[in-house]
Design a binder for this molecule. Structure first.
Ligand SMILES: [Zn+2]
Length: 242
């Protein structure tokens, strides 16, 4: 049907009605199939990109903490804060129950007056409370922060090859239970291991020490290291020269 101006009113004469309703079930299924295929191709790379962004944020957190350590030792005659395992005034983080987190020794150099929990947590750490009620993701090198042979804390200028020495690890949920990274033979006990939560490679999920994780070094750089490196004295023992 056409009106007096010759325009189509019903849509039948120009075939619009037929064309609009022309998708068949098969065509719809093909379109849905293509969309599903595209999603299956894109989703893994999207989730990889999201994880990479979190890994970079985690590394940035750790670099900031390392820099706060540096400022602390500059203000304390080269002495490191303690690793927060024995409830001492010089502890880097006042994590244990009953302590005021704002009093952690690096807080003034990291967040100003107040403790900010997200600065001490890996963005990919999805466990709110770890063993021992520890709620953070990072721990610091016991050999550096609680140097025992002379019964005193290590002085910063005694550290050999500071750019090789790991100061902070992004610790695995399997072992993190306080602010202290101490597995080395002189302290006995089981291993504290670097987390592989950012690494979804086959190697990372099939071996105990496989894959990579985040670490920050004495010279304040951070890196995505091989987890196995944390067991090499070159990287953990402050007095070993390579
Ligand atoms: Zn992390």
């Amino acid at each position: 049907m056409s009106n007096s101006a010759g325009r189509c009113v019903s849509g039948r004469c120009c075939g619009l009605g037929r064309r609009r309703g022309a998708f068949t079930l098969v065509e719809l299924l093909v379109v849905i199939g293509i969309i599903a295929l595209l999603l299956s191709i894109l989703m893994p790379s999207l989730s990889r990109a999201r994880e990479q962004a979190k890994q970079v944020q985690c590394m940035s957190n750790m670099r900031q903490i390392a820099m706060a350590f540096k400022m602390y030792i500059d203000a304390n005659k080269g002495k490191y804060p303690r690793p927060a395992v024995n409830v001492l005034p010089e502890d880097w983080i006042y994590w244990s129950p009953g302590r005021n987190l704002d009093d952690g020794r690096i807080v003034p150099y990291l967040n100003g007056k107040h403790f900010q929990p997200e600065a001490y947590r890996c963005p990919s750490d999805d466990v709110a409370t770890h063993w021992n009620d520890y709620r953070y993701s990072y721990s610091v090198n016991e050999l550096i922060c609680h140097y025992q042979p002379q019964g005193e804390t290590l002085n910063a200028d005694m550290i050999r090859d500071p750019s090789d020495k790991i100061l902070i690890i992004d610790e695995s949920v399997d072992t993190v239970d306080d602010g202290c990274w101490a597995w080395q033979s002189s302290f006995g006990g089981g291993r504290n291991i670097i987390s592989n939560r950012h690494d979804k490679s086959k190697e990372a999920v099939t071996t105990v020490d496989g894959g990579r994780g985040n670490a920050a070094f004495v010279d304040c750089h951070a890196a995505y290291v091989q987890r196995i490196d944390a067991y090499n004295p070159r990287y953990y023992d402050p007095l070993v020269r390579q």
